[in-house]
Structures are given as structure tokens and as C-alpha cells.
Design a protein around this ligand. Sequence first.
Ligand code: ATP
Ligand code: MG
Length: 346
Amino acid sequence: MGNIILTGDRPTGKLHLGHYIGSLKNRVRMQNEGNYDEMYVMIADAQALTDNFDNPKKIQDNLHEVILDYLSVGLDPNKVTFFIQSEVDELTTLTYYYMNLVTVSRLQRNPTIKTEIVQRGFEKSVPVGFLNYPVSQAADITAFKANLIPVGNDQLPLLEQTNEVVRSFNRIYGDTLVECEAILSEKEIEQRLPGLDGSAKMSKSLGNCIYLSDTSEEVHKKVMSMYTDPDHINIEDKGKIEGNMVFTYLDAFSNDEQISKYSEFSSLDEMKNKYKSGGLGDVKIKKVLYEVLEELLTPIREKRKYYEEHMNEVNTILKEGTIKAKSRANKTLKEVKKAIGIDYFE
Ligand code: ATP
Ligand code: MG
């Protein structure tokens, strides 16, 4: 069997550096390596509604931001099928059958869900839809028989849940669904990029992001106000690298060639050593980070501008992709119903 790649994002905001380093970069690499039969990228609007049901406008507004982000980082509509989750009803039907295979306590034990429940203030009463989103994610993945999922490491417990559904389904109803594996970025720092504020994860919902569509001025402002080492007051002071977000981001985004281009140091290690021993100011290291990020973001902004001016083209890409995805998911739904024995009129 060949490779089927699938992944997606919630349209709860524009995509940020965490998405880029944790997932988008791998998607573009895999797209260009070409070692797959089909590649799908889904805008998970229905999932986004599970914790934003009272703010549908936010989801509507960001749907277009997310597709623009995809196209601007270099995902190619000739290679990738982009689709909107809520338009593919088959996914909801699959979710309904899979819900029987998962217990409430299993969902409550999911570490990602646990953290997100606290972040969203759902401890006292969690919406059923939100608790159930890992099951709907199992439907999203299995509907396309996807086996490779390029994601950040917060998704690992969710993919495990998907595979548990697959195993239960295949055991009870016969071999039908396919297990999947996460494709993670190499370095740990890339698998879960911390927020600008130093918190565990850069996340749209936490508002601690540099967005791929931020202007140069916005990026400059955000970098200049980044958290470094609170005890590093004067340039001569010895500085800490650990927990210093500027160095954390340099670890994730820079290479030594860039360090020597934008500073007097020939490598990031050399720059770190100077900071640790004293004599290197925060403004200087922030300038290097700013330049490194600008090198990444400038071409992305340019591509975005093109698509912003060609929204008809963008809408067609989404519409055609969604039709194709729907037809693929329908095929799996038929197999699933047949396996369960509820394909009465086939
Ligand atoms: P939300 O706060 O609405 O959940 P999010 O910022 O977590 O938004 P998602 O749409 O949930 O973004 O995530 C989409 C993909 O991007 C997932 O594969 C996720 O693992 C990855 N991702 C998100 N944030 C990061 C991050 N900070 N570092 C690495 N990968 C990330
Ligand atoms: Mg998330």
C-alpha cells in the first residue's frame, strides 16, 4: 500500500511560527519529495466549533486566513487536496459509529484534552462535542486511509486515540481501517514551539504568537519585547540561555550561516557562550533573531499577497478540493457500513 498524507489545522486564527516549524515545513518537504499517492490538508472548522460554538464568526473569518497561509508557505494545489471539514458530512457519520468504540473515561484521560480543558475553563462542564473531538479526528484520518500525519507533538495522544479506534473497529467488524503514524520534526524544540511569553506552546488560543502573515514591523515589535533573562540587566552581566526565548527561537529557526551573516559570531554556540560569559546585549541577539525570521517570512508574505489579490482562485482551490475529499470519504463510509452490516440498499 502506498502513502497517504493527511493533516489539518483549526481555523481559530492565522497560522503561526509554531505551525510552520512543527508541521507546515514537513508538509512542504513531503509534498516536494513526492513519496506519496495522495496528500490532503483539512481546515478543521467543525472541530474549531467544539470550543468556539458561541463565536462562529471567528471560524468563518479565519477559514480564509488559513488557506492563504497554506498557499503562501508553498503548499501546492496541484499536489495537495485542500478541503473544509464541515462540508464533508461523511466525517460526521463516521464519528457517530466510532463513538461506540471509545469510553468517556478514555477521552478524559487523554493528556492533550486534559490540558486543553483547563486552558479553556471547561473543568466544571465540558461540552460533549469538545470531549469527543479526538473521535472526530479519528474519522478525519481514517476516512482517507491516511497513514502519515505531519503534526506537532501535542497531537501524539490524539493519533494514539485514532489507532485505538482503528484496532477496535478492525477487530470487531473486520479489517477495514488503516493505522497512522505521526511525522514529527527532528528537534524537540520544533515539535512544540513555546510561546513568545515563554509558556509551553505557541498557540492561537493563547495569543502568544508570531503569525506567518505579521508585517515586518509587527515581527520587529514582538521580537524586541520578547522574554530573555530577567537578571541580564547590563550588557556585561552574565546571561542565561535556558528559558531565554530568543535563544530558543534561534535554536529552532537559525543556522550557523545566518548567525555569521547577521552577527560577529560564526556559530550559535559561539554566540551563546559570549552571552553566558557576559558582554552581549539583548538588543543585539534580538536583532539577529529578527533578521533570521525576516528571511523566512519575506517570501511567505509575498506569496500571500499574490493569493490575496486572487481570491477567486483560492475559492476554486477549496471548492474543488472539498468535492474530491467528499468523494474519497464517501468510499470509506460505504466500506465502514458494509463492515458493520448496515449497508442495506447496496
Ligand atoms: P488552537 O489554540 O486553536 O488549538 P493551535 O495553535 O494549537 O490552535 P492547531 O490548529 O490546534 O493550532 O494545530 C495545528 C497543527 O499545528 C497541529 O499539528 C499542531 O500539533 C501543530 N502546532 C500547533 N502549535 C504548535 C507549536 N507551538 N509547535 C509545534 N507545532 C504546533
Ligand atoms: Mg491546538
